[in-house]
Design a protein around this ligand. Structure first.
Ligand code: XUL
Ligand code: CO
Length: 438
């Protein structure tokens, strides 16, 4: 049975196509720099927004028309039907990966034991669908934020029992990720943070978060789960201050607690902008330290101060992201997961296709633009020349550790003043980038 009877398999028709249900840039088999677009971009669809998003907001209930949810049966029946919907969508979009939280794919029951049993039933169906289609799980994760028991956080809760519950839940989610061959496992902080410091023992909560992650690493190793662990930074929402604020804060946390070798980052565009950074900054920072793991692709709204999770369409952003990815040698075992939701007003099933097509084309175009920029090498040459004073002479002495404050003073007393500075040429470089945006 088809859930999207009017939607064909989305095909590449080229930049001049006016067919809204076609790719204009994403051509999975087309090679760019020796790799296919599919290999470069490694797209994933997320379960939570795409299949579970209702369109509700603080002012009103859901608006989404999702006929497959209205066809009756128990919550488990609905969950099993959604698996078919997801795999039809993936096939029609030619997307090779998907991601989920445990609670997206199966309903919660009265006890943890019953919940795990129900989860296993859906996992069995997902596994069968993966085998039939060749689709893979990019990452799994656990929802440690929706249920009211997590009101004060999960591993950072003031209630030790909640830490224990979260541990049991993540243990199961790791097992499920292994069962489905997931290549990554994501830790997004959920409610790990605080609203107010009057009631918070910040240091104790950080210690508990680290203890939790060490236990997760131990269990991953124990069961032989071959998945890269990823921390997903976000500065605020739902809490006022999330502990995993941004890539730099996460780096400091991981190093403080001896976890830096076990984790990389899953960076999300709208989280970067909420932190007051560009995604270009977050990705460049992570890549500089070998911590670029995977991407949650979306965008915020310049006029709204919360996590709007819109589909990415901005070519400057996708170009900058693809520049960092290409410079880093690719996404490795990570991918580009659309952690994005259609607007409340875009309530028809076909809108899910328009949204993903737009996002995929924006990244395919960004890939082509970034590749052309790299091929001409104007930006990289400019940066290399800009730092040339460090390649020899006094710069090389400083970098190699030969110089001291005394030797630098002697050098400068003899020279009298520093060499003249040269222009940073920001405007010229921005103009150069505009030459490639087409
Ligand atoms: C929340 C968010 C999550 C994570 C997975 O802002 O991005 O959906 O990606 O827990
Ligand atoms: Co995310």
């Amino acid at each position: 049975m088809a859930f999207f009877p009017d939607v064909p398999v989305i095909k590449y028709e080229g930049p001049d196509s006016t067919n809204p249900l076609a790719f204009r840039h994403y051509n999975p088999a087309e090679k760019v720099d020796g790799k296919t677009m599919a290999e470069h971009l490694r797209f994933a669809v997320c379960y939570w927004h795409t299949l579970c998003g209702s369109g509700s907001d603080p002012f009103g209930p859901g608006t989404m028309s999702r006929p497959w949810d209205d066809q009756g049966g128990s919550p488990l029946d609905v969950a099993l039907r959604r698996v078919d919907v997801m795999f039809e969508l993936l096939a029609k979009l030619q997307v090779p990966f998907y991601c989920f939280h445990d609670r997206d794919i199966a309903p919660e029951e009265k006890t943890l034991a019953e919940t795990n049993k129900t989860l296993d039933k859906v996992v069995a169906k997902l596994k069968q669908k993966q085998q039939e289609t060749g689709v893979k799980l990019l990452w799994g994760t656990a929802n440690l934020f929706s249920n009211p028991r997590f009101v004060h956080g999960a591993s950072t809760s003031c209630n030790a029992d909640v830490f224990a519950y979260a541990a049991a839940q993540v243990k199961k989610a790791l097992e499920v990720t292994k069962e489905l061959g997931g290549t990554n496992y994501v830790f997004w902080g959920g409610r790990e943070g605080y609203h107010n410091l009057y009631n918070t023992d910040l240091k104790r909560e950080f210690d508990h978060l680290a203890k939790f992650l060490h236990m997760a690493v131990d269990y991953r190793n124990k069961i032989g789960l071959d998945a890269q662990f990823l921390i997903e930074p976000k500065p605020k929402e739902p809490t006022t201050h999330q502990y995993d604020s941004d890539a730099a804060a996460c780096m400091a946390f991981l190093r403080t607690y001896g976890l830096e070798k076990e984790f990389k980052f899953n960076l999300e565009t709208n989280h970067a902008t909420l932190a007051g950074h560009s995604m270009f900054h977050e990705m460049t920072y992570a890549a500089s330290y070998g911590m670029l793991g995977s991407i949650d692709a979306n965008r915020g709204d310049e006029l709204i101060g919360w996590d709007t999770d819109q589909f990415p369409t901005n070519l400057y952003t996708t170009t900058q992201m693809m520049l960092v990815i290409l410079n880093a040698g690719g996404l490795g075992r990570g991918g580009l997961n659309f952690d994005a939701k259609v607007r409340r007003e875009s309530f028809e099933p076909v809108d899910l296709f328009h949204a993903h097509i737009g996002g995929m084309d924006a990244f395919a175009q960004g890939l082509k633009i970034a590749s052309a920029i790299r091929k001409d090498g104007l930006l990289s040459k400019f940066v290399k020349d800009r730092y040339s004073s460090w390649d020899a002479g006094i710069g090389a002495d400083i970098e190699s550790g030969k110089a001291t404050f005394e030797s630098l003073e002697a050098y400068m007393l003899q020279k009298g003043d520093a060499e003249k500075n040269t222009s940073g040429r920001q405007e010229m470089l921005e103009n150069i980038v505009n030459r490639y945006i087409k």
